[in-house]
Design a binder for this molecule. Structure first.
Ligand SMILES: NC(=O)c1ccc[n+]([C@@H]2O[C@H](COP(=O)([O-])OP(=O)(O)OC[C@H]3O[C@@H](n4cnc5c(N)ncnc54)[C@H](OP(=O)(O)O)[C@@H]3O)[C@@H](O)[C@H]2O)c1
Length: 247
């Protein structure tokens, strides 16, 4: 993993993954995407092998702008060997996970889909010219176990669950098309495990009985899985410990 793009570099998991990737290989270069590069904390922000580009998943024009700017750091013929999508939206000032049907809002569904699913697929589309090489390509979408349709016994969280299920379907669909266009490739969905972050913070109390990982531990777990995947893993939904999850 030498030429890497991480979307969601300002987040707890995206930031920890980026830091770990830069530490693991002193020759690696990382391009990190987030809404406002100024929010990425030091010393990561000024790391000499990290380039930060502004990108908003709710702006459908943003992937084309990313592709134009990316070419200045990593020319398309050099290619990218690893793309990790670690952006995600569960709540913000304008939305919160629904407990019951009456709380469902079109706006929340649409925003969750834009950040949790559409943003990933549009970036893969824009990055296609960077995937046309013969080295192994790893594409990892950070999904969530609550996006599993089969595993859904609790209900609620309509917008988040359904947008993560949509992300999983995009991964699975890409896993069919991509090997025809850029081989060898593994496109996978990953559940990071419950992780201490702004996204999980409002649920701290109800998570008390679960195993909650620090972001650095989650990054280590996810990188072990990402490093270990082979073309045979293309199209799989894997948990942070490498075990298989039901779609
Ligand atoms: N934490 C957990 O327990 C847990 C469990 C299962 C799955 N996950 C998944 O893991 C991933 C990372 O989550 P996290 O825990 O690291 O949460 P986090 O710290 O809140 O990070 C979320 C990231 O998503 C970005 N984002 C939100 N809206 C965006 C938009 N419109 N455009 C571009 N980026 C946007 C944030 O960027 P800004 O800085 O611009 O807001 C931030 O980089 C998410 O996909 C999440 O669903 C987390």
């Amino acid at each position: 993993m030498k030429r890497i793009l991480v979307a969601g570099v300002s987040g707890a998991i995206g930031g920890a993954l980026t830091k770990a990737l830069l530490e693991r290989d002193k020759e690696s270069v990382v391009v990190g995407l987030c809404r406002d590069p100024a929010t990425v904390s030091e010393p990561l922000r000024s790391h000499n092998r990290l380039t930060l580009l502004a990108w908003d998943a709710e702006d459908s024009q943003a992937p084309d702008a990313v592709a134009r700017a990316l070419g200045e750091t990593i020319p398309a013929p050099e290619g990218i060997d690893t793309f990790i999508y670690a952006a995600g939206l569960l709540h913000d000032g304008a939305m919160f996970p629904e407990k019951r049907l009456e709380e469902l809002k079109a706006e929340s569904l649409s925003r969750a889909f834009a950040v949790n699913a559409t943003g990933f697929a549009l970036l893969v589309q824009a990055l296609l010219p960077w995937f046309r090489h013969r080295e192994f390509i790893r594409i990892a979408a950070i999904s969530a176990k609550v996006g599993s349709i089969e595993d859904n016994r609790l209900g609620g969280w309509y917008a988040y669950r359904s947008s993560k299920a949509a992300l999983n379907m995009l991964v699975r669909t890409l896993s069919v098309e991509l090997p025809r266009r850029c081989k060898p490739v593994a496109c996978v969905s990953l559940h990071p495990g419950t992780t201490d972050s702004a996204l999980s913070d409002p649920f701290r109390q109800s998570l008390a009985q679960l195993q909650v990982h620090g972001a650095a531990d989650t990054a280590r777990n996810l990188l072990t899985v990402i490093e270990g995947v082979t073309p045979e893993d293309n199209g799989r939904f894997l948990s942070w410990d490498g075990s298989e999850l039901p779609w």
